[in-house]
Design a protein around this ligand. Structure first.
Ligand SMILES: [Zn+2]
Length: 457
């Protein structure tokens, strides 16, 4: 991972976001500057992982505020726990297209405090959220920056929802203010300047705000999720949507390619196929008696698989199969959603319930590290080099370095994909190999190659 692919995270934690004198201020807590992360791997649970890694006391992360590093505190944006991953992706993409550095302020759930105190803090946070929305909408009305324009174009729908939300919140506010005429108009208009308004947001308003937020997050979907519901519930929503938008097709009754007494086995087989062949597969049909998959790359690729329960046999049988991919794999698989990944790590998760994604990333990196350290500690000091062309849809050249283990079996050390087998590419590969394995001046090691033209080093 080069520094071109990484994002710098300045993490502020353990404090509470407040509005003081009309300005955002993150009070209390501490910070950790310059955490290097891979933006492609950022998920909501990463923040819970950081909290644990840095031994931050408190509950799960409830809310995250962020801004680009060079921006002022007035531009803070808030991400709630519901539908957060898509907003996190937006944060990462904005940062990656500009300064590659984000300031993040974490607010955690109250833990270990009595109910009353927690309520007060909840009110404060609700007030802060209202302030944030007002500040944001006011800002975009006054002088939208180029960046905000960009996001407005992409998210007209959510902007509209946000406006509705703040209107709804304001309406609720004004309704309750009718009962308190003495404090009426000033409170609605100048709430972003007056910290005293925090106490005026009663539980009803707070509930309205939360409701509006949920509606915004689900973009008008009929079923509204509770805050506490987890990723699994979100996955269910996706399934329901996919089923709703599924267009039935004419089924070709070819069968007996795969027979199984259980749909679970069928799903496992498709997942194994997708992982082993690096194919992007997407499930497009869910039913008690039917399951369908299609190529996740979209476009003109016709790959599909349809399976249903065959009553006379009492088995699940493949009815339609188009097994040829005409697409180019892009290294992603739509089947690999949180519950599926969790299943792959199930055994490890049972052993270690706090095995957060950030630790999983470390675990995977550790596996790669073992590959080279074990070569050094237990294999013969021989490195075999070779390069070969890709003959499939993806063109290029694979450079490999293999060793021999004590049983004289081939041991993979390193490989790289390059455009062509040239001297420059071999030099780059060898330099990395030398640095990674700590070969120093190479004395004591034997390199075997077929001395093809490209390897002039
Ligand atoms: Zn395909």
């Amino acid at each position: 991972m080069s520094h071109f692919d990484t994002l710098k995270l300045n993490l502020h934690y353990g404090g509470l976001m407040e509005i003081i004198g009309g300005r955002f201020s993150y009070n209390g807590g501490a910070s950790k500057q310059g955490i290097v992360v891979d933006p492609d791997l950022m998920t909501w649970s990463c923040f819970d992982g950081y909290c644990e890694e840095f031994s931050i006391e408190g509950g799960l992360v409830e809310r995250v505020w962020w801004k680009l590093h060079h921006e002022s505190m007035d531009t803070l944006k808030c991400i709630g726990v519901v539908a957060s991953d898509s907003e996190l992706m937006r944060m990462c993409s904005q940062a990656m297209s500009t300064c590659r550095e984000v300031d993040v302020f974490i607010e955690q759930e109250e833990k270990g405090k009595d109910g009353e105190e927690a309520d007060v803090n909840l009110e404060q946070s609700a007030a802060v959220e209202t302030e944030s929305e007002k500040a944001l909408s006011a800002e975009s009305e006054k002088a939208p920056s180029a960046e905000e324009n960009e996001s407005e174009i992409g998210e007209g729908e959510s902007e509209e929802a946000e406006e509705n939300q703040s209107q709804e919140a304001e309406e609720n506010q004004s309704q309750s203010e009718e009962a308190e005429e003495n404090q009426s108009e000033a409170a609605a208009d100048e709430s972003d300047k007056d910290a005293g308004n925090e106490s005026e947001i009663d539980s009803e308003k707070e509930e309205a705000l939360r409701e509006a937020k949920r509606k915004k997050d689900k973009k008008g979907k009929s079923k509204v999720l509770e805050d506490e519901e987890d990723i699994g519930a979100r996955y269910d929503m996706e399934i329901e949507d996919a089923v709703a938008s599924f267009v039935d097709e004419e089924v070709d009754f070819r069968r007996t390619i795969l027979e199984s007494s259980d749909s679970y086995e069928f799903k496992e087989a498709v997942l194994d196929y997708a992982l082993a062949n690096a194919k992007n597969i997407e499930q497009n049909r869910w039913d008690k008696t039917k399951i369908g998959y299609k190529c996740g790359e979209g476009g003109k690729c016709k790959w599909k698989l349809y399976c249903s329960y065959d009553e006379p046999h009492g088995k699940w049988v493949i009815k339609t199969k188009c097994g040829y991919h005409s697409c180019t794999p892009k290294g992603r698989c739509k089947m690999l959603k949180a519950p599926v990944i969790a299943k792959l790590f199930l055994h490890k998760l049972r052993q270690k319930p706090n095995f957060w994604p950030i630790k999983m990333q470390k675990y995977i990196k550790e596996t790669w590290r073992l590959l080279r350290t074990r070569w050094k500690s237990s294999c013969r000091p021989i490195i075999g080099l070779d390069g070969t062309f890709f003959k499939g849809i993806v063109k290029g050249c694979l450079l490999t370095a293999v060793g021999h283990d004590p049983n004289n079996q081939i041991y993979p050390i390193a490989w790289a994909v390059v455009q062509a087998e040239t001297g420059d590419n071999w030099l780059w590969f060898m330099k990395n190999l030398k640095a990674d394995l700590g070969l120093e001046d190479g004395s004591g090691y034997v390199i075997i190659s077929d001395r093809c033209r490209g390897r002039g080093i």
